[in-house]
Design a protein around this ligand. Structure first.
Ligand SMILES: NC(=O)c1ccc[n+]([C@@H]2O[C@H](COP(=O)([O-])OP(=O)(O)OC[C@H]3O[C@@H](n4cnc5c(N)ncnc54)[C@H](O)[C@@H]3O)[C@@H](O)[C@H]2O)c1
Length: 251
């Protein structure tokens, strides 16, 4: 497995869930992965696991909602490699609740982590990405970006904005040869969905809505990420790939 051989990849929120699965696979494909997370311990653990399998990775505590953390990340990657080939904007949080009960603080937090961070890091990492031969940005959106889902209007609004930002950035960064694509997962069993999926009727209802008859696992997302990170997608930009067991097609 050498599809990402020699590439330098940053994956935000990769101490767990989908980001961790992507980081592990990128390393297995030959990339040096910057495993960054607000939880420094899980980032370190992930890196230990990658190194134990012969991969290359660096752990860093990065809260994507903090501008100074993003600046420190860009500086560290620059000092170590002088460039970045792949940026996966994966870190995300879920705030459940009806909009009419949502506090300004909750909305601000959701927006800062899920959306503002993608804009800021895609901007701040631009000089590093421009030094790559075939740079790629991958944003993790959601199939729910295109649908109303109660009580998740605020969360889905951030995901809709990620999809729109991906297309806008694809157009803006195309002259720099930087591809910008997004992945839209369906329901995946991770920390974000843990509480929801512990309710057996909810879990079964979601499985019933999934034509392939099961929920996603973090590993189900990695093939799409490798495709957009690798030179197999050199003519793709502004695309969104749903990885959802057919849920979006059937809804
Ligand atoms: N699980 C799903 O069903 C699903 C569906 C669609 C989209 N997504 C998206 O996938 C992405 C990954 O989520 P997941 O399902 O793996 O959830 P997860 O909770 O398992 O993983 C999210 C990771 O991001 C980290 N994180 C949270 N806030 C952060 C911050 N401020 N700075 C840096 N890291 C932070 C967490 O510590 C965690 O390691 C998110 O953007 C989520 O919205 C998930």
């Amino acid at each position: 497995m050498t599809r990402l051989s020699g590439k330098v990849a940053i994956v935000t929120g990769s101490g767990g869930g989908i980001g961790q699965a992507i980081a592990r696979r990128f390393a297995a494909e030959g990339a040096h992965v910057w495993v960054t997370d607000i939880n420094g311990e899980t980032a370190e653990e992930t890196v230990r696991g990658i190194k134990a399998k012969g991969g290359a990775a660096t752990a860093m505590l990065v809260d994507v909602s903090k501008g100074q953390d993003l600046t420190a990340l860009v500086r560290s990657v620059e000092a170590a490699h002088g460039r970045a080939d792949v940026l996966v904007n994966n870190a995300g949080i879920l705030v459940r609740g009806e909009v009419r009960q949502l506090s300004d603080a909750d909305w601000t937090k959701l927006r800062e982590v899920n959306l503002d961070a993608i804009l800021r890091l895609s901007r701040d990492a631009l000089p590093l990405l421009r030094k790559s031969q075939s740079p790629a940005i991958i944003n993790i959106s959601s199939i729910m970006a295109h649908r109303g889902l109660r009580p998740l209007a605020a969360y889905t609004a951030t995901k809709g904005a990620i999809t729109a930002l991906t297309k806008g950035l694809a157009v803006e960064y195309a002259p720099f040869n930087i591809r910008v694509n997004s992945i839209a997962p369906g329901y995946v069993e991770t920390g974000i969905t843990d509480r929801l999926l512990k309710l057996p009727p909810v879990k079964q209802a979601l499985i019933d809505k999934t034509p392939m008859g099961r929920l996603g696992r973090p590993e189900d997302l990695v093939g799409a990420a490798v495709f957009f990170a690798s030179d197999d997608s050199l003519y793709c930009t502004g695309s969104e790939l749903a990885v959802d067991g057919g849920m979006g097609a059937g809804l």
